[in-house]
Every structure is written in C-alpha cells, then in structure tokens.
Write a new protein. Structure first.
Length: 434
C-alpha cells in the first residue's frame, strides 16, 4: 500500500443496462483503511446530461475509465442528483467496488498472486514481541528479545492448503511515507495466495480465489462472532519474461469496532487448527442446507454487532436458534404445537448436545411439565414482540446472560450440523464474557 488515502480524478463513462453517459469527470476520495463509505462526485464536462442523471437515481451503475495502459472500473449506486445549479457537478455515487488495472504488457498469464487486506481478527493477531532496535529498526518475531543477533526468529503466519493453492494468513504491516521522509507504520492482517498454470484466465481465477477466501473468512466470522471480510486486494499477474499487469481492488466493507476477546486470543492456536476442518465440512454441505445455515450465521453476527442494543441482540439470538431448530429439530407442525423451548431441547437431544450447563435455572422436566416453563430468552422475546413489555433496568444482567448462553449454544449446534466434533475444542465453551 503506497498511502492510506486514495485521491483520483478520472474521465470516463457512467452506465446502467439502459443508459450511457460519456465524458464525465469523476472525483474519488476515500480512506484505504476504512472503505465503509466510498463515494465519488460526478461532473458533466459537456453540460447536457441532467435528464439522464435523473433517470439513473438509485440505479446500480458502473463507471469505466481506460486508456492503453490503465483500466479503472467502479460499481455502485447513484445516490444523489444535482441539477439546475451553477456548478457542473451533477451527482454522486456510492462505490461498492473499485478496481485499477495497470497493463505492463498484454501477454499470456502463468502466475497470479493475490494479497488481501482483512478486517481485524483476535485469532490471527500478532503474537510475537514487538521491539525496536537502533540498527535493525522495528522488529516482530524475535522470541529472544535480549539477543537480537541470535538467529532465533519466529513467524506468525499460518498456511492452509486449498483447491486454488496454499493460502497464508498473517499479521502484516502497511506503510505511508510522509513528506519529511518518515514513515507511518500500522499493523494490518493479510492473506496471500498464488496461482500458477498455463494461460490463466484472470477473471475466473480471481473469482475462484475470492470464493475460497470468502469461505475461510465466513467460518472465521462464526468462530469470532465478528463480520470478517477483505476490503483491499493487490494483484500481480505475470507471464513470459515477467510481463503482465498489476491491479488494486477495493471493496466497500463496514468497519465495526469489536471488543477484544481473551478467550479467542488464549485459544488462538486451537482455533487456527480447526478452521480448515470447519471450512471443508461447511463446503461439503448441500446448497439448501448451506443457505439455511447462512441465515442463522447472519442473525448471530447481527446479534454480536457492537452497535446492537441488548434487546435487539436477544431477538436476533432467538431468531438464530429458531433457524437452527428448523434445520435439525422437530417439524414445523410440531414446533408450532409444542413451542420454542421444547423444540430447542428436542433439537439438542437429537444432536447429542449438552445444554444444561448453560441453563442451570431450568430443567427438562420443568419445560415439559403442564406449566410449560420456558427459557428466559423466549419469555423476554415474546413479552417484547407480542405484548410490548420491555425489560426493566434490573433485568438487563439477565438479558446479557441469555445472549451469552444463546451464543455458546449456537456454536455447539452449528458444529453438530456441519458434522465436526467440538468436545475437545474451545468452541461452545461457556465463559462470562464472549
């Protein structure tokens, strides 16, 4: 990364399937470390496109700018139209994906490397000691910091074998050179993969590599309870005599500020070891089952988002568990007849999952008795949704606890559904803070 900001003035064509506007000037400015709000200002160099812009409002569009050596493509949505003003500014677009390709030489490609920048992870954060040395500079990796001359170097990288080649995930660094010659250094989680072969088709290889990484990050999201994604990718494609092209790809990704997890950090190596096993098990599921499981995963991640309120988290966790019951529990007819709590117990028993350690305040006999006792998560949820009764301030500790119980039970059920044993892993383990 050459800098932490992207500033470009481009000339090109804006279009959707029905409308094409040529000779537009586009001014793009965004923070390369936070791509959650990438926007571009649009200017009419000819003064004749007002009506066409009105027709593009809220449409999905692409902006293309290219010459003999460079091609730039932006995908997004027109979110503002300005007409009738003294300025030549005619609108603004929200950018979801931005790509620059620099053609060194158009040639048959035999090697493509991808370097992705990824949102923060507790499991893959840097573990080695950071130290500064007057002659060696900033160091990471020496486990014997008292003697930096000794060849005692350790890396934090982890390698996984995938269908597209070896994937490396590691805590890297990024630099920005300042006008006074100094550099700003920031830590940045990265993933690297290189694909080789005869006459590689770039578009297909790129999609396949993105699919592989997407699955790894999707399962990492499950383990960490965080929306994990890549937001920037450097591509280097080469052929004979190292001729080819390079590309920079940016993707709009929300940047959430999650709390650090001591549990994840302490058990990081165990999580790293089981991640590829989970990826393979998830990949082998049927598309229908995967689709339903993804719904539950999304509900769990929304429930874990730092900006969600306690009440909203509880409702999302309840929805998440309900989807899992649909996947592995009683039929819909039985669920409607016997209710959520009984269905959840039956689901756990069908999957041989222990739930009693999480819900010590209730027993199976009480749930299946005539008075039909419920898990507190469903009592709180039903009171809010059906009766409009929201928790009192003194009940928030219990809501917090119910959300935690649901999170750990989700992990256990998820693992059973994909067919991976978790008994000797930190997954689904109860702790007071997630």
């Amino acid at each position: 990364m050459r800098g932490f900001t992207k500033d470009r003035v481009l000339y090109g064509t804006l279009r959707d399937p029905n409308i094409e506007i040529v000779n537009l000037r586009c001014e793009l400015h965004f923070n390369c470390l936070d791509t959650s709000n990438m926007t571009a200002e649009l200017f009419d160099t000819e003064g004749v496109h007002d009506e066409q812009m009105d027709a593009l409002m809220l449409n999905e569009v692409e902006f293309i700018s290219k010459n003999d050596y460079e091609e730039i493509l932006m995908n997004g949505q027109v979110i503002e139209v300005s007409s009738g003003s003294n300025s030549d500014r005619i609108g603004r677009m929200s950018v979801r994906r931005y790509q620059e390709i620099y053609h060194v030489h158009k040639n048959s490609i035999s090697s493509i490397s991808f370097l992705f920048h990824i949102t923060p992870s507790d499991i893959f954060e840097r573990k080695r000691i950071k130290m500064s040395h007057d002659m060696k500079g900033l160091l990471f990796g020496y486990n014997n910091w008292t003697n930096v001359e000794k060849d005692n170097w350790k890396e934090d990288d982890i390698w996984y074998d995938t269908k597209m080649g070896r994937l490396c995930i590691y805590p890297g660094l990024i630099f920005e050179e300042q006008s006074d010659g100094t550099n700003i250094v920031k830590e940045q989680l990265k993933a690297f993969i290189k694909v080789t072969g005869d006459s590689l088709e770039y578009t297909k290889v790129k999609q396949d590599v993105e699919d592989v990484l997407k699955t790894y990050l999707h399962m990492l999201s499950v383990l960490e309870g965080k929306f994990t994604n890549w937001f920037y990718c450097e591509v280097d494609a080469r052929g004979e005599k190292k001729k080819g092209f390079i590309a920079d790809i940016y993707k709009s990704v929300a940047l959430n500020k999650y709390n650090n997890s001591d549990h994840l950090k302490f058990n990081a190596n165990k999580y790293k070891d089981i991640l590829p096993i989970i990826v393979e098990a998830y990949t082998n599921l049927s598309e229908d089952k995967k689709g339903e499981l993804d719904k539950a995963i999304r509900q769990s991640l929304i429930a874990s988002a730092p900006r969600s309120t306690m009440e909203a988290r509880l409702i999302y966790w309840h929805s998440c568990l309900d989807i899992l019951i649909h996947l592995a529990g009683p039929s819909i007819t039985d669920r409607r007849r016997i209710g959520f709590s009984r269905s959840l117990v039956i689901t756990c028993e069908n999957l041989h999952i222990n739930w009693n350690d999480l819900y010590s305040y209730i027993t199976k006999d009480e749930i299946f008795s005539d008075r039909k006792a419920d898990f507190r998560i469903t009592t709180f949820r039903n009171n809010m949704i059906h009766l409009g009764i929201y928790p009192e301030s003194k009940e928030y500790d219990e809501i917090f606890a119910e959300n935690l119980r649901a999170a750990y039970l989700f992990e256990r059920i998820f693992m059973r559904i994909i067919g991976v044993e978790y008994d000797n892993t930190p997954i689904g383990e109860y702790r007071e803070f997630r």
